[in-house]
Ligand binder design. Structure first.
Ligand code: FES
Ligand SMILES: [Fe+2]
Length: 402
């Protein structure tokens, strides 16, 4: 292709070694295992991570949640604040999410032991005398931002929360949560793999349209992570931002008539376990106040209509098992939905953890190579007790257009 030959080949970023089947907590190339004793897990825990959508948990309710292999309980106190504690009562180990919210604490349903925001047991109603030793389960701080509940599961004082000023402007901010049955890292790599858009998603009839020309990919490290550029022959250079350690930011065509520009998107990929993850997507739609209500109604209807159709899990299973051809996937009325289904199938097709030793990365994968290099560099520093890169807490809006 002429574009590819126009410049010198990009600097070769060598492939990373294999991830061994047996986990080694010192393997600086293993980004997919995220338990508390793994390097990647320790690294992810140094950042605020979304754990729930705020609107999904009412005051006085508690739910079980999984974060990076840890089973936890999220509850919402009488004040409306969120708290994240362990999922096993320190008394005789029943599941704490079945307990009752009591003020700003949570009481176990079995014998009524009560836990505060830090996971400290502050009351044991069935005991005539207090214990002579502290009773504590896990407890992690929570904050709300962009409609999401964030938690900090690392050691010491939490860092500043990330902040994205372009989400403050006029417009509407909405979030969405989806569980995916494969490693979070596959999804992060997919998000900076613009070369797949013009092929995999070529049949997605996005409103506003996309340019299906396969772009020339370039990339560079930045103060917040990296930027992946997709250049096309019309001179348009689209940028996708990767915000360390597990957030990407891109622009997406509008899906509602009153929107005046492409949407600003944020997508966190948070492992619940090593073989699955949760995506928290935040959308900033550009539209004036008088259209907010109609936008909400439109969005609500879109999700309700989709819920009545064949579940995505079933479609994915049909395609992966050969009962349906990829090009026969039914269009369910939304380009964004079609894109999600297509992405789900190809990432499931990689296996729940991709076997990297069989990959052959090319020039179009240069951003993925750089991402792995950055991650390995940071995990090496973490392993060796050396200083880590101090990433910026914000990033500019991604550039739109294709
Ligand atoms: S098991 Fe929770 S109070 Fe007894
Ligand atoms: Fe995609």
């Amino acid at each position: 292709m002429s574009l590819a030959n126009a410049e010198a080949r990009p600097k070769d970023l060598s492939m990373q070694p294999n991830i061994p089947a047996v986990q080694n907590p010192d393997n600086v190339h293993d980004f997919v295992h995220t338990g508390a004793n793994t390097l990647a897990g320790r690294y992810l825990r140094r950042f605020w991570q979304p754990v729930y959508q705020a609107a999904d948990l009412k005051i006085g309710w508690s739910v079980p949640v999984n974060m990076m292999g840890e089973n936890l309980t999220l509850f919402r106190g009488a004040s409306g604040k969120f708290y994240l504690v362990g999922n096993r009562c320190a008394h005789r180990g029943t599941q704490l999410s079945t307990g009752m919210v009591d003020g700003e604490g949570l009481r176990c349903a079995y014998h009524g032991w009560k836990y505060d925001a830090t996971g400290t047991c502050v009351d044991q109603p069935s005991e005539p005398r207090p214990f002579d030793r502290p009773l504590k389960i896990a407890g992690y701080p929570c904050r709300e931002y962009l409609g999401l509940v964030f938690t900090y599961m690392g050691e010491g004082e939490p860092p500043e929360m990330p902040y994205f000023p372009h989400f403050d402007g006029e417009g509407l901010v909405v979030s969405h949560r989806i569980v995916w049955p494969f490693s979070y890292f596959q999804h992060l790599e997919n998000a900076i793999d613009e070369a797949h858009i013009g092929f995999l998603h070529a049949v997605s009839p996005y409103q506003g349209g996309i340019n299906n020309e396969v772009p020339r990919i370039s990339t560079e490290e930045s103060e917040f992570g990296l930027v992946q550029y997709g250049s096309r022959s019309n001179g348009v250079k689209r940028a996708t931002n990767y915000f360390m350690p597990n957030l990407t930011s891109w622009a997406q065509p509008p899906g509602f008539p009153a929107e005046t520009d492409w949407r600003d998107m944020l997508g966190w990929r948070v492992p619940d376990g090593d073989h699955s993850h949760v995506t928290y997507t935040v959308t900033h739609a550009h539209l004036t106040l008088e259209h907010h209500e109609a936008f909400h109604a439109h969005r609500q209807k879109e999700w309700e209509d989709l819920a009545k159709m064949t579940p995505v899990e079933e479609i994915a299973d049909d395609v992966l098992s050969g009962r349906m051809r990829f090009n026969d996937i039914p269009y369910r009325g939304s380009g964004a939905d079609m894109t999600r289904i297509q992405d789900r199938i190809i990432m499931m097709g990689q296996g729940s953890i991709v076997a990297r030793e069989h990959e052959n990365l090319g020039e179009a994968d240069i951003a993925i190579k750089l991402l792995r290099q950055i991650w390995s560099r940071e995990l090496t520093a973490l392993r060796d007790g050396k200083p880590l890169k101090n990433w910026a807490r914000t990033m500019p809006p991604p550039r739109s257009g294709l």
